[in-house]
Design a protein around this ligand. Structure first.
Ligand SMILES: NC(=O)c1ccc[n+]([C@@H]2O[C@H](COP(=O)([O-])OP(=O)(O)OC[C@H]3O[C@@H](n4cnc5c(N)ncnc54)[C@H](OP(=O)(O)O)[C@@H]3O)[C@@H](O)[C@H]2O)c1
Length: 280
């Protein structure tokens, strides 16, 4: 079976307007798979879709949808009616705020939980059945190092990423004999436009277009290369050597030690420099 026969003819990529999702979409298209691209910004999606179409010749559909909205799954089900979706790649999911739990009304973390937990679960339920019936397909849920232990400013985010990690592992276990490959892709620091916007707001970068490298970050293309070659090597992939080493160190600790270690390091790349810069 060719790659497109195994994982096509259509791939659904949630969070495809930039960064890892856009790179993943391109990688699928380069292997002959048509694309349904999801994100909130129609214009950005259209640009990504047009560039991929021009370079690869695959068919694309760009669907603007807010994955935190209750109607998101119904919108996606409508937009994909009649298409044979062979891959679901759920990438949308960073936390643009990185703030203490009590800094926002509870609706803010609840929206994140809907986008990161409820909607991917609904989509897995909708698309995995037909994949299993066909005996082929792939599901990739993007998780994060934040899933590995609780940490400040990541109450809802870390918990939602732990949900994704365990959901993908459990789905892998249930579907492994059906021919459907499920992978939890656990990412460490990744140089995406969303991370650069956040770091700019925190005064770590002078602006999102600041060319300064982010220490220890992998690129979206590096993430995608690792994910694509490991689609059938689930349930879990830690992406990048730095994260693989960190995860081994964390596994050697008790949960309490791990939380303390993460607390001591939280600062790191996410440290808020806005106050330091404002100080005389
Ligand atoms: N960057 C990192 O350092 C890092 C580290 C660990 C894990 N990760 C994981 O990697 C994934 C990608 O992260 P990222 O840094 O690229 O940021 P991101 O904010 O998840 O952005 C990725 C894509 O998701 C879309 N998106 C975000 N919220 C959405 C919503 N409510 N509805 C529809 N689309 C939405 C964005 O497009 P629109 O803005 O157009 O909607 C964009 O195309 C996430 O799952 C994140 O948890 C990232």
């Amino acid at each position: 079976m060719s790659f497109a026969e195994r994982y096509g003819p259509w791939a659904l990529v949630a969070g495809a307007s930039e960064g890892v999702g856009a790179a993943y979409a391109r990688a699928m298209a380069e292997r002959g798979v048509n694309l349904i691209l999801l994100a909130r910004r129609q214009e950005s999606l259209d640009l990504v879709a047009a560039a991929i179409r021009a370079d690869t010749g695959v068919e694309t559909r760009a669907v603007a949808v807010d994955l935190a909205e209750p109607a998101a799954t119904a919108t996606i089900v409508d937009a994909t009616a009649g298409l044979e979706v062979g891959t679901v790649m759920y990438c949308a999911g960073a936390d643009p705020n990185y703030q203490p739990f009590l800094a926002n009304p509870v609706d803010v973390p609840l929206a994140l939980v809907r986008r990161n937990c409820v909607v991917p679960m609904e989509l897995c339920h909708h698309f995995a059945g037909p994949m299993a019936d066909r005996g082929r397909g792939g599901i990739v849920l993007v998780s994060s190092a934040a899933a590995l232990a609780g940490a400040p400013n990541m109450v809802a985010y870390g918990a939602s990423k732990a949900f994704d990690l365990v959901m993908a592992e459990a789905l892998w276990a249930e579907l492994r004999d059906t021919g459907v490959n499920v992978l939890s892709a656990v990412l460490g620091v990744t140089d995406t436009p969303a991370l650069r916007r956040l770091l700019a707001r925190r005064g770590v970068l002078t602006g999102p277009d600041d060319a300064v490298p982010i220490p220890g970050a992998v690129t979206p293309d590096e993430v995608v290369n690792e994910v694509i070659v490991n689609l059938a090597n689930g349930p879990t992939l830690f992406v990048g050597e730095q994260l693989r080493q960190a995860s081994r160190r964390l596994r050697a600790m008790t949960r309490n030690e791990a939380v303390m270690a993460i607390m001591q390091q939280s600062g790191g790349v996410m440290a808020d420099r806005t106050h330091a810069q404002a100080a005389p």
